[in-house]
Ligand binder design. Structure first.
Ligand code: KIV
Ligand code: ZN
Length: 537
């Protein structure tokens, strides 16, 4: 019997709901913080990708989280995704989430509580009966505010099966419309997930009227396999993130789940609404925003995912692509790198090119990006799509950064101590720094420290070329650490020193976001015993 869902109406039997938690479970992991503008941009990209539900954040965690959930809620109409805010079971969490999603055309509250013996005893210090009561109370409170309520049994995969059934029954009775059973610690095997979902669907009264959801962490590298096993056992919602980002080893990767469903439709028989040709650009957008590239061999979106190196494979590919390709690169958004434009290309052609690459820009952003494009076209013989993506990522995504690089002069050479003079605009005010160093990059970074004093330590400095050739743009990654928190920044330019300065400045901007996020006054831990703990799972 088709499920009637408050947000999705009659759910077709073969439809899997894609619940994207890049902006919550993904964003809360080390180094992945995003500011409000970045979250909004990411939310739009996720909506264009066809995600059905966006978990936009954890509103009680900080005023910044609250504002971003509220802004994302404001952004979409009825045709857009469901916007979800996370809450522990404490009333103040649920009320804050309700307030944050209030303006959404399709709001959801997602509330969770641990149910495993270890978590209940050590973390919650609650008896099973107290947990059961808190499940019922929290779901009922959320239902007073929205019709679409998801309840999660945190550490569900390590929960006693009978107790899990009782908790799920209590949540359904109290009005939950989606029941999520997370493998919070990434411990389960595919057969465990299959057993859990089969059991819940068979044993819990009311199970046929709700959507079961699966949320898998990747500690054993099994998150996607577990997700597929859960789907095959009746789960109809999958919780996942772009590039698989998330706590520790991450969450199930959205792109892998979507392509597994599409490629193995023959066996799984379920489909998602993901617009798969948008996958690559969404993955790249996230990498650019967060400064973390995916590893080259990452399935679907890694640089090597469709590269065929061995002679035998290349020979096979020439005869028939099907010999070594189970899906086409185009189906997930890869296109051949093409020679695009030169210094005589005009603004209209440049705007068209941006559109083809997936960027919709306003006039001011277009002007800034076009100025930078002309600058690169003057210095570089040929300008490739990759060059344009790199410059747009630098120029457009950074317009709301608090620190901007406005000037840099470096003098270095044989038998001279390299010296850098650098200008920054910090919250609209100009600051200048001058310093010497062991090399041109070192002098530049020292000048940056002089212009914007900070204690963060440099943990990684890496240079890659965006395309081939000696005039290629350099793409630099800088990783900084402050108080145990890591941030990555990226910058590109045909001049490696300028690219390095941009990357460092990007990392500093990320650090500012991180500082705001973790300011102690920002976070009011829930005091009620029911599920209060100081960080989301
Ligand atoms: O991993 C987990 O258990 C979670 C819950 C909050 C759903 O992220
Ligand atoms: Zn999680």
């Amino acid at each position: 019997m088709p499920i009637q869902h408050p947000s999705f109406g009659t759910l077709a039997d073969d439809r899997v709901i894609i619940f994207d938690t890049t902006l919550r479970d993904g964003e809360q992991s080390p180094g992945f913080s995003m500011n409000l503008e970045e979250k909004l941009r990411m939310a739009e990209a996720l909506a264009e990708l066809g995600a059905d539900v966006l978990e936009a954040g954890f509103p009680i965690a900080s005023p910044g989280d609250f504002d971003s959930v509220r802004s994302i809620a404001d952004r979409f109409s009825k045709d857009g995704p469901v916007i979800c805010g996370l809450a522990r079971s404490a009333p103040q969490d649920i009320l804050r989430a309700a307030e944050a999603v209030k303006s959404a055309a399709r709001p959801r509250i997602h509330t969770f509580l641990s149910t495993s013996p270890l978590h209940m005893r050590v973390k919650l210090r609650m008896s099973p009966d107290e947990v059961l009561q808190a499940v019922a109370d929290s779901v009922a409170l959320a239902r007073n505010h929205v019709a679409d309520v998801e309840w999660s049994a945190e550490d569900g995969s390590r929960t006693d099966p009978d107790f899990l059934c009782r908790c799920v029954e209590a949540a359904i009775k109290a009005g939950a419309t989606t029941i999520n059973v997370p493998d919070t610690v990434g411990y389960a095997l595919p057969e465990d997930l299959a057993r859990i979902f089969t059991m819940l669907r068979e044993r819990v009264p009311g199970a046929d009227g709700v959507v079961f959801s699966t949320h898998n962490h990747n500690d054993l590298g099994l998150a996607v396999a577990n997700t597929l096993a859960a789907i095959r056992a009746g789960a109809r919602q999958v919780e996942c993130t772009i590039n698989g980002i998330g706590e520790r080893a991450g969450n199930a990767s959205l792109e892998e789940v979507a392509m597994a469903l599409r490629t193995r439709q023959d066996t799984v028989g379920m489909r998602s609404g993901v617009v798969t040709p948008n996958i690559l650009r969404t993955s790249r957008l996230l990498a650019t925003i967060t400064g973390f590239d995916v590893q080259p061999n990452k399935a679907i979106v890694g640089r090597n995912a469709f590269a065929h190196e061995s002679g035998i494979h290349q020979d096979g590919m020439l005869k028939d692509r099907g010999t070594y390709e189970i899906m086409t690169p185009e189906s997930v958004g890869w296109t051949n790198s093409s020679l695009v434009m030169g210094k005589h290309s005009g603004r209209a052609a440049f705007r068209d090119k941006l559109k083809a690459l997936g960027y919709e820009v306003g006039d001011n952003q277009l002007n800034d990006a076009f100025r930078r494009f002309k600058d690169i076209a003057d210095r570089k013989k040929v300008v490739y799509d990759e060059d344009i993506v790199a410059l747009v990522d630098d120029e457009i995504l950074r317009t709301h950064d608090r620190i901007k690089l406005t000037g840099l002069t470096v003098a270095s050479g044989l038998h001279t101590r390299p010296m850098a003079t650098l200008k920054l605009e910090i919250d609209g005010e100009e600051q200048e720094g001058m310093a010497v160093g062991d090399g041109a990059v070192d002098a530049t970074f020292n000048a940056l420290r002089a212009a914007f004093p900070h204690e963060a330590g440099l943990r990684l400095y890496a240079v890659q070329s965006v395309t081939g050739g000696t005039d290629a743009q350099a793409r630099v990654t800088v990783r900084l650490e402050e108080g145990g928190k890591l941030v990555d920044g990226q910058g590109s330019d045909t001049d490696t020193i300028i690219a390095s300065a941009r990357a460092y400045v990007h990392a500093l901007n990320k650090l500012l976001v991180k500082r705001e996020r973790t300011a102690p006054a920002d976070y009011a831990p829930a005091t009620q015993a029911s599920g209060a703990h100081s960080s989301a799972a």
